[in-house]
Design a protein around this ligand. Sequence first.
Ligand code: C5P
Length: 403
Amino acid sequence: MAAIFQGKKILLGVTGGIAAYKAVEVLRLMVTAGAQVQVVMTAGACQFVTPLTFQALSGEPVRTELFGPSAEPLEHISLGQAVDAIVIAPATANCLGKMAAGIADDLLSTIILAATRPILVCPAMNVKMYENPVVQENVAKLRQRGFQVLEPSAGEMACGAYGSGRLPEPADIVAAAAWLLTPQDLAGQRLLVSAGPTYEDLDPVRFLTNRSTGKMGYAVAAMARRRGAEVTLVSGPTALSTPWGVSRHLVRTALEMQGVLQDLFPQCDVLIMSAAVSDYRPAGLAAQKIKRSEAEMLVKLTHNPDIVAGLGARRQHHQVLVGFAAETQDLLAHAAAKLQRKGLDLIVANDVTAPDAGFAVDTNRVTILDRQGGVEVLPLLSKDEVADRLLDRVVTLLAERRG
Ligand code: C5P
């Protein structure tokens, strides 16, 4: 994970539910992403996981006591003010109730009452407990007061019940914490992002595709969400999971991708077309598996539509269109020609022959071209950083359009 929390201090509050073991992974991901994390555990949490586990991973003594010889005087005030954000994961029904009622009877609840920093609350409990009106009232109260409450996910629970109440995936909690710490310069903007390859079927078992894995487009979707946009991702087949807070449509072929994008395009402010759409598809789809024979086999291909060019022709004035150009030669000349031909505002050119750029790797080395002839050469960056730099350009274009 990129160093999204570099220089950031986070207080991770862990309360006493079985999901406390997942907080260990939350901590590990935060530390990997560069955060300095102070863990505060309730007495209940210490029944499930020992403070030593958190201490070993955070490199900081874990705080558990409000009173007594191990308690630092006044840290119940200072801890919630000296960090950039507070994340409570898992938050039990008891913890939600105390926060909603203003009760401060242990170190964590006292810290929260005195805190001045943004707070992300991640409830996790049995489904019946979560659905209990008093718990729902407490959640609503906390939201009203400016706490960010992450909806628990649905699925099978530790107690065997099925329903909503599971702690969200640690990676999603970390993504939500990153969102809490990021300036929301894309708030109110609707981004439509395409990603991944397309599969063009030849027969029931074979298809034509390319080496795209979707990593670049997924990074754009995740970063745009982190910066406050409402993001819809239209993705070809990929092994990647849906980024936190993003709505995803899975498609297979270029024609399917075109259909979904045509439906969604009128409602978006920005289209970022990072999918590696196959330019051709087999002219016919064999109903049965094609058999081996002595003769050579010729496959006739027919054109797929140029999706982004088609959408560009129906764009509304305020809409921003961004394309990608994956090239193996004459990078800038080809990219500039595509920018004009497809009616784009920006095109991101990348030389996919470089081992550290293009398909399947986590880094990219791109050049961003604009309609005015501007050429911005970016150094080797992680795909998250490339996404951020591209979104900086999108923010500028949106501001210019608003005039
Ligand atoms: O022409 P080329 O395929 O290199 O263009 C790349 C750009 O055009 C990318 O943004 C890609 O998503 C988009 N594209 C498209 N429809 C196609 C092929 C590419 O929208 N059939």
